[in-house]
Design a protein around this ligand. Structure first.
Ligand code: UGA
Length: 435
């Protein structure tokens, strides 16, 4: 099939490469010339395991190309819209500028029978509004909504073999046609048994935001338990293991620690609340608490560091991990970066090391010091903070680290270290929600 992907950021670049991997002819469109040049050379513009191989293969095969020229999508019959919906400035709501601009630019090039497929995370009601635009500008074309559930770090796998497909389609024969078209796009995964849910526009939009709201709530729930554990001497990691054995609860996404960040969960729960407010509903008021619990964990880690060093002003702080999660170089709304900046703001000399995110972090926070490796970050530190749970940090040897630092103090903000082993080496070691 001939496919276009509008917007070649995280979602779009991965989607375009994976669609070509599945055998489709794909053109990716982006307004950013530098990004298009890199992608055209088969070079992934961000760190994502497996993407460089898929991208290089797709570009070399001639099945995938990138352009800034929208007219080049004219031959495609399915057009995925994968542009970003960041948090709007000065508001909790999603900024819909990019989605609207993409659809406006695309509509003049839609051929008879073309299908526009929204993948961006949008406020409920968007698909119906955009369908009117499509019908007005290209009467023979239609629109479907097909939210994306990929996780950074697993983006290629999640795109090629997702948990489920959700299609939001119009009622009646037009909807059947749209679903059949998407079935053809995803034939490989469907043949392997991936479930697919065909529904209306509003439900499909809500599936995406409610899934992310649920995940955020699950993380903040366990972090709220961490606060209680801290006040009572209990151990939240054991609590999570114990309640996680109940299949109705499940152990996944119950890791207490520094909380959630990234380009999705934080802005999605805020935009979802903003949409509920617009609808005059109090239903999502609890998400304000989910957000607040999450942000409190960042403050807690800053306090723990301060408690350990006594005086933050002038203290040398080794920050291990600055990405919002491991196996990513993404620092958007990164809890780790927030903590590093807060300590710097209080006068600490912060030295950051992240296996992949030093460069992206330095762009946002050039005021921090960056080390080329963990040893350099650790040398002469007054306190060590593990803020992102890269495997490299999980495997740190307490005795080696002890030889490098000035004072044996460590905060494990992701609860991945064996605190007893660190204490046995003379470290003052603190976790979150752990005695
Ligand atoms: C999230 C969702 O998991 C995806 O399903 C969704 O498609 C994506 O957002 C999106 O909307 O595009 P992602 O942002 O890649 O994916 O990251 P997650 O793996 O969900 O992690 C989010 C944050 O939660 C990270 O900062 C992570 O460290 C934190 N987290 C996760 C915890 O603090 N505890 C946990 O138990 C799990």
């Amino acid at each position: 099939m001939q496919i276009s992907v509008i917007g070649c950021g995280y979602l779009g670049a991965v989607h375009a490469a994976c669609m070509a991997e599945l055998g489709h002819e794909v053109v990716g469109v982006d307004v950013d010339h530098a990004r298009v040049a890199r992608l055209s050379a088969g070079d992934a513009p961000f760190f994502e395991p497996g993407l460089p191989e898929v991208l290089a293969r797709a570009v070399a095969s001639g099945r995938l190309r990138f352009t800034t020229d929208m007219s080049e999508v004219a031959d495609a019959s399915v057009h995925f819209v994968a542009v970003g919906t960041p948090q709007a400035h000065g508001s909790q709501a999603a900024d819909m500028t990019y989605v609207d601009a993409a659809v406006d630019a695309l509509v003049p090039w839609l051929s008879e029978g073309a299908l526009v497929v929204g993948k961006s995370t949008v406020p409920v009601g968007t698909a119906a509004r955009l369908a009117e635009k499509v019908h007005a500008g290209a009467p023979g074309a239609d629109l479907a909504w097909n939210p994306e559930f990929l996780r950074e770090g697993f983006a290629v796998k999640d795109t090629l073999t997702p948990d489920r497909f959700v299609y939001g389609v119009p009622a009646g024969p037009a909807g059947e046609l749209a679903a059949a078209r998407l079935d053809a796009v995803y034939a490989t995964a469907l043949a392997a048994g991936t479930p697919r849910i065909v529904t209306d526009y509003a439900t499909s939009e809500l599936v995406k935001v409610s899934a992310n709201a649920f995940l955020a709530t699950k993380i903040s729930f366990i972090n709220a338990m961490a606060e209680i554990a801290e006040a009572t001497g209990a151990d939240v990691t054991q609590l999570a293991d114990a309640i996680g054995h109940d299949a109705r609860i499940g152990r996944r996404f119950l890791n207490a620690g520094l909380g959630f960040g990234g380009g999705c969960l934080p802005k999605d729960i805020r935009a979802f609340q903003a949409r509920a407010d617009e609808l005059g509903l109090e239903s999502l008021a609890f998400l304000a608490d989910v957000d607040a619990v999450n942000l409190r964990r960042r403050a807690r880690v800053v306090d723990l560091a301060a408690e350990l060093v006594g005086d933050v002003d002038g203290a040398r702080v080794a920050v291990l991990g600055v990405a919002f999660k491991p196996d990513s170089d993404d620092v958007r709304d990164s809890p780790a970066l927030d903590v590093a900046r807060a300590l710097h703001g209080r006068g600490a000399a912060v030295r950051v090391y992240d296996p992949e995110a030093n460069t992206t972090a330095a762009r946002l926070a050039p005021e921090l010091g960056y080390a080329a490796d963990a040893d350099t970050a650790l040398r002469d530190a007054d306190v060590v903070l593990v803020l992102t749970e890269w495997t490299e940090f999980r495997n740190l040897d307490p005795s080696r680290v002890g030889d490098l630092v000035a004072a044996r103090r460590i905060v494990d903000a992701r609860n991945v270290l064996d605190l007893a082993a660190w204490r046995a080496e003379g470290f003052e070691a603190r976790g979150l929600g752990r005695p």
